[in-house]
Design a protein around this ligand. Sequence first.
Ligand code: G6P
Length: 362
Amino acid sequence: DASDIEKGTYAHYMLKEMDEQPAVIRNIIQHYQNENGDIELTEGVRSLVSEADRIYIVACGTSYHAGLVGKQLIERVAGVPTEVHVASEFGYNMPLLTEKPLFLFISQSGETADSRAVLVEVKKRGYKALTLTNVAGSTLSREANETMLLHAGPEIAVASTKAYTAQIAVLAILAYDIARANGKKLPFDLMTELARVATIMDSVMAQKEIFEQLADKFLKESRNAFFLGRGMDSYVGLEGALKLKEISYIQAEGYPGGELKHGPIALIEDGTPVITLVSQPNTHLNIRGNIKEVVARGAVACTISMEGMEHESDSFVLPRVEPLLTPLVTVLPLQLISYYAALARDCDVDKPRNLAKSVTVE
Ligand code: G6P
């Protein structure tokens, strides 16, 4: 429906698409559950994953970052070994493959040339592939054995937002379905928690002015910025850094907190913005130590934490979410901060220089 992709009253597609995220999560819940509230995947998808002894995720850009989270979900919930690869590297750097590999392509558009090239190669070798995409009928969907759709609606802004959260939600559903099939004990009720996540997303999106102020305060005039986190938070930090560099042209790096001392701390000066996520109960004390280290060297700290791990001086505190699903909510402040930083710097948010929505050449 063409009216679906109108900007309406929104200044930018990116803002509209960020706002759609709670509805997308609800849509995904609906599409992937049956009348009894149980997860339902097609028989085709179920038989593909049940045969696999290892999953090889292949993706680019934001979809790759969703893949990093997906690996954690599949390994920790379903217990299936999973690797994540950047598509463009895969061709000449192919890892050792197990006997029954399953290739999992993650692509918003389903048209990214680097991922398509890998799919052609793995099919030539007789391996099976599953594609997670937002576009039914896209090349990666048609050419793989099976498809899982993101149900996120058209994404127009070059900087991907709702596709990322949709990918993570669908990966969680996939991980749960594999776990159930393998008789694993499920850590929590996924569909209930996803519904709660959607409500929390609504509340974050209702507080946009806070992130506009943070962007003005921390990023309007800065040359560079760092994103820190540990575990899940470090993957979301990579996505935060990518968002910021894509649309505001600020040089941004995402690092796991523990790596700080092995290089990036040399770049901390008076006024360097350091944006840190604190949402993981098993590492929150360590990451607090990292914040102290950078502040002692002059950094200005913008800290996004989660209830139960918060400090008085934090910039924003998110309601508590299951540790495996925190990326669905921790990414929102980072998307919003990037958006408002780009606006404050007069950048073309929806069409950043040198970038394309879908890169169809290798
Ligand atoms: C381009 C876009 C990114 C996107 C990447 C992968 O670089 O600008 O936003 O993450 O391609 O795209 P895909 O459609 O395969 O997810």
